[in-house]
Design a protein around this ligand. Structure first.
Ligand SMILES: C[S@@+](CC[C@H](N)C(=O)[O-])C[C@H]1O[C@@H](n2cnc3c(N)ncnc32)[C@H](O)[C@@H]1O
Length: 451
């Protein structure tokens, strides 16, 4: 069965062509021919588009391919005519004349044939000067013209091929924890987080249909690891970012279970952000985690691999998944999960705080530099419960500083943490503030190097 996405793409390709946006039209026709290679009409369309772009060699070879695939007389006539024009420009005049004859014999309009015959006559009379052809490979040509996977001049990263993960993002200068790597407006958002995967293909097709031909062609250049489902769903499921929807640049960042960056959606600006979690050296690959926090710091390799392979079809080889490290990493992550799950407010405060310290130390030992703020928020609440305001402020400060670094100072998570820090006694922020027995936890602190 033909993928219904192809129909939408064909409409957008024709729209781009009719608006003289030939580079985008070519990109879309090329995508169509790669995904429906027996359909000669796409080659006819590509041949005409190459003519408009003065790419004579490609115009000629696409017309030849159309002649192989098309059966209808009218398509054959068009293919001969396009190849005739290309051959004329390439100074293959005998070939051009043969094509013109074939055009007529397949029912081509005699008036058009006569105008072309005059052009061929003139071409005989002119010098042998060759009209230069742009011989760049179509993929290179399109990628240069469409700036696919590129980044702006002042960007702190570049997109380029990795050894074994397709394209990836690499730092072009040293970065510090908290540095912004990118902010990007999605090409479209889906309505809620639950649409992340399994969105009905009809409503997804409607989102793609609303895109401009240029945005559509950029979306189609994204990775698609899902065969057997329609193209739009495949692209969406390979690349979509939760609330952030579909993004063109952020989608090029690969995954690590010990990421050196994180992505987060900033609702007020409606932009997806990628922010450095660690210092990053120039040339280092920048990776984010595709898994939700709890599933990355709280799951062993086998669970993470299962999720990653079903959704993204790869087997992670990051430092936490590496064969030599993973058992130790799994022990740490299981412990962290146990601590997280054993953290209700009713638990003995002292024990809970010591467990939180241990969880944060384990996370850092395991090369996981996100989400310590969630533990610190619980720690602050525990201290507030027991009216230890000094300790409460200590943990609230840690939570705020980490949220500001990981999400940006203006992110609602960071703003909330700052308000808590400024008003630790308010029940608006710590609902059980002062309601427990008075205790002191001043002796329970993180090691100096983690603060
Ligand atoms: C959102 S895309 C990332 C960019 C992609 N590499 C590209 O060329 O456009 C997700 C796909 O990248 C590849 N990928 C991401 N992280 C990877 C990793 N750690 N190891 C192997 N492949 C990975 C997988 O094919 C995955 O389905």
């Amino acid at each position: 069965m033909t993928d219904p996405a192809l129909e939408v793409i064909k409409k957008k390709a024709d729209e781009a062509f009719n608006k003289n946006n030939f580079v985008v039209a070519l990109s879309l026709y090329t995508f169509l021919s790669n995904n429906d290679s027996d359909n000669g009409v796409y080659y006819l369309n590509m041949s005409l588009t190459h003519l408009r772009l003065q790419r004579w060699e490609d115009a000629s070879s696409n017309a030849t391919k159309a002649l192989e695939l098309c059966e209808a007389t009218v398509h054959k006539a068009k293919a001969y005519f396009r190849r005739c024009q290309a051959r004329r420009e390439l100074h293959n005049l005998s070939g051009a004349n043969e094509d013109l004859e074939a055009f007529t014999s397949f029912g081509g309009d005699p008036k058009i044939a006569s105008v072309e015959a005059q052009k061929l006559e003139r071409a005989h009379d002119t010098t042998n000067e060759l009209v230069p052809d742009n011989v760049a490979d179509v993929a290179d040509f399109l990628s240069e013209k469409l700036n696919l996977g590129g980044s702006s001049l002042d960007s702190v990263y570049e997109i380029r091929p990795t050894k074994d993960k397709g394209l990836g993002a690499f730092a072009v200068k040293p970065l510090r924890r908290g540095d912004f790597i990118l902010e990007e407006t999605p090409v479209f958002c889906t309505d809620s987080e639950s649409d992340y995967i399994g969105i009905p293909s009809g409503s997804l097709a409607a989102k793609f249909e609303q895109l401009s031909p240029t945005d559509l062609s950029r979306c189609l250049s994204l990775s698609n690891v899902h065969s057997g489902i329609d193209i739009f769903t495949g692209i969406y499921n390979t690349n979509a970012f939760g609330q952030g929807g579909l993004l063109l640049e952020a989608s090029r960042f690969n995954h690590s279970c010990s990421p050196n960056a994180r992505y987060t959606y900033h609702e007020p600006s409606k932009k997806e952000r990628i922010i450095a979690l660690t210092d990053i050296t120039e040339g280092e690959e920048i990776c984010v985690s595709y898994l939700q926090s709890r599933n990355v710091y709280g799951s062993p390799r086998s669970e993470r691999r299962q999720t990653l392979s079903s959704r993204f079809q790869f087997c992670c080889q990051c430092p936490a998944c590496d064969d030599t490290n993973f058992e130790q990493s799994d022990r740490r992550r299981r412990d962290i999960r146990m601590i997280w799950e054993s953290l209700p407010m009713t638990m003995d405060g002292r024990k809970a705080l010591m467990a939180i310290v241990r969880a944060i130390v384990l996370m850092r030992e395991d090369g996981y530099f996100a989400d310590a703020d969630d533990f610190a928020v619980d720690a602050a609440a525990l201290c507030a419960l027991c009216s230890d305001w000094e300790s409460c402020i200590y943990w609230a400060k840690f939570a705020y500083e980490n949220r500001a670094a990981e999400f940006g100072d203006d992110h609602p998570h960071a703003i909330r943490a700052r308000q808590t820090l400024e008003n630790p006694r308010s029940r608006k922020y710590h609902t059980q503030a002062g309601m427990g027995p008075r205790k002191s936890f001043k002796d329970i602190r993180l090691p100096q190097n983690l603060c």
